[in-house]
Write a protein that binds this ligand. Structure first.
Ligand code: HEC
Ligand code: HEC
Ligand code: HEC
Ligand code: HEC
Ligand code: HEC
Length: 374
């Protein structure tokens, strides 16, 4: 072998190795790297959990005793959640005291030994769900404050169509995704006797738990991930267009390409008109709904629309019969989970369908085309 061949071979191998490294860098996906704490903090600071100015955290600022009452601290104060966990050395699973103002859902709320080990959660209905993994903390705060069983307890044995001034509207509370996900397993809706209801909506195995879809820090969804299986999605604005082929025409309008969101909200509209007809015709007490506490108002001029002066606290509706209270609870529930169309659309349609059917025992409602999910 000539002398110059060896150096050439060595250069050849070196170049080859270098090329392999370069190709590797370009072609192979990079290993997922843990996010930096800075990057996580930047995401979190933009999220609702960090928003110290939001109603969720300033609601008590002007009170005579400016503190978050013990009833409310578990979800409206980071300090309160640590108290609930028992991380502050007090008894676990109970809140022992009011909390000082201004404490948001900070890093330590989710990252402490008890929160990391937590697997189960108890719901307002008394139902206990285990094996929740990291979602256990999410569902503690996103489980609502009441359940279908609360409505049951309030109305039990009262005549269905008699106005009872002891009854008051029952509000499931806000952003109740953690309850809606589990449907009948936690009885988040008012469920009518003799009917069967769906439990947890499984979706698909890789997109099942809260943080499979929601970034745990920004809380946001990533449209491209959904688009992989739902081609209708090109941005977050398209999520409400998602529908799968097997979904029935719940609202019976013949359109089987609209998103499941629109199916669900059309049934919601039927429920509203059923509620209004029943209150006006059976109870002689016309009613209105508005997205303002306490949500239900007297429709004083009986025109069905919220007019000037009607949507006001002193004009709140107070002529509840058990039948009306049940339907109104389910109506409001649907609005208090903005992701309900994803979290468990079929369960929400089931409780709405049954509310409409129940009201139709008293008033005429055309529900011949509506489809109740299996
Ligand atoms: C200690 C209570 C608590 C825990 C734990 C908690 N949340 Fe929240 N969450 C809230 C409150 C309160 C709000 C409303 C914040 C606001 O109004 O600014 C909220 C808001 C949200 C929102 C609305 C988006 C936004 O930016 O406001 C999403 C989504 C959300 N949480 C998801 C989750 C997920 C997922 C988890 C678990 C990883 C979780 N939450 C854990 C209390 C909690
Ligand atoms: C199980 C957890 C939980 C408990 C307990 C709880 N809340 Fe909330 N609350 C939430 C969540 C989650 C929100 C969602 C905030 C939002 O809409 O951005 C919320 C929102 C609110 C809001 C804002 C509503 C709005 O229209 O934005 C008020 C007011 C409120 N809660 C009052 C209370 C009071 C008063 C108590 C105690 C008597 C209480 N909450 C107890 C979870 C809870
Ligand atoms: C509402 C609950 C919640 C809050 C608040 C929260 N985290 Fe997390 N964090 C999680 C969850 C859940 C995971 C696990 C995510 C996963 O494995 O997909 C996580 C993961 C992490 C990780 C590991 C990330 C990785 O890529 O492996 C770090 C570091 C972290 N969080 C830091 C923080 C910091 C810093 C803050 C405050 C700025 C914070 N977290 C606030 C729930 C939370
Ligand atoms: C398969 C994906 C998926 C899973 C799993 C999921 N969500 Fe959602 N979530 C959504 C979608 C989609 C929305 C609605 C977003 C929209 O329309 O902009 C939403 C909305 C929400 C909202 C309301 C956000 C707002 O801005 O008001 C909260 C709170 C929430 N989810 C919490 C949770 C919690 C807690 C869990 C676990 C128990 C969970 N989600 C599981 C997809 C998911
Ligand atoms: C790996 C594929 C896959 C991914 C990724 C995925 N989905 Fe799905 N999705 C499905 C399948 C399959 C169904 C039907 C499941 C069933 O109900 O039997 C479905 C059902 C749904 C439904 C209910 C549709 C209906 O007609 O009732 C919604 C809403 C939805 N997905 C939203 C999302 C969102 C939001 C994301 C992103 C966070 C997402 N999906 C990511 C496969 C996927």
């Amino acid at each position: 072998m000539k002398n110059f061949v060896w150096p050439l071979l060595i250069i050849f191998f070196l170049l080859g190795g270098l090329a392999a490294i370069l190709i590797g860098e370009i072609v192979l996906p990079p290993e997922p790297r843990p996010e930096t704490v800075e990057a996580i903090s930047e995401k979190w600071i933009e999220s609702g959990h960090a928003d110290a100015e939001s109603e969720s955290f300033v609601h008590w600022d002007e009170e005579e005793v400016p503190e978050v009452p013990a009833d409310c601290t578990k979800c409206h104060s980071g300090i309160g959640y640590l108290d609930f966990l028992g991380e502050d050395g007090t008894e676990p699973l109970s809140v022992d005291s009011a909390a000082k103002l201004g404490s948001v859902v900070s890093c330590f709320v989710c990252h402490n030994p008890t929160a990391h080990e937590k697997e189960t959660a108890i719901y307002p209905s008394g139902a206990e769900i285990s094996d929740l993994g990291q979602a256990a903390n999410c569902v503690e705060c996103h489980q609502g404050r009441t359940a279908g069983t609360t409505v049951d307890n309030a109305t039990m044995s009262l005549p269905e169509d008699e106005v009872n001034t002891d009854l008051a509207f029952i509000n499931v509370h806000y952003k109740v995704a953690g309850a809606v996900r589990f449907g009948s397993e936690v009885t988040v809706g008012y469920e009518y006797p003799g009917k069967t209801y769906g439990g947890f909506y499984p979706h698909v195995s890789d997109y099942q738990a809260c943080t499979d879809c929601h970034d745990p820090h920004s809380l946001e969804l990533t449209a491209t991930e959904c688009a992989a299986c739902h081609p209708v999605v090109s941005s977050l604005d398209d999520l409400k267009k998602i529908r799968v082929g097997s979904t029935p025409d719940y609202d019976g309008d013949g359109n089987v390409t609209e998103g499941v969101y629109d199916e669900m909200m059309a049934v919601h509209e039927v429920l509203y008109s059923a509620i209004q007809s029943y209150a006006a015709e059976t109870l002689d007490a016309p009613i209105l709904y508005a997205q303002q506490f306490p949500y239900w108002f007297n429709d004083t001029n009986g025109n069905g629309e919220p007019d000037e002066g009607e949507v006001a606290f002193p004009n709140q509706f107070a002529s509840w019969s058990p039948r009306l209270l049940k339907a109104a609870y389910n109506y409001h529930l649907v609005l208090e989970d903005p992701g309900g169309y994803m979290h468990n659309a079929s369960y929400l349609v089931q409780v709405m369908y049954d509310s409409i059917e129940n009201l139709s025992e008293q008033v005429t409602i055309d529900m011949s085309k509506l489809v109740r999910p299996e």
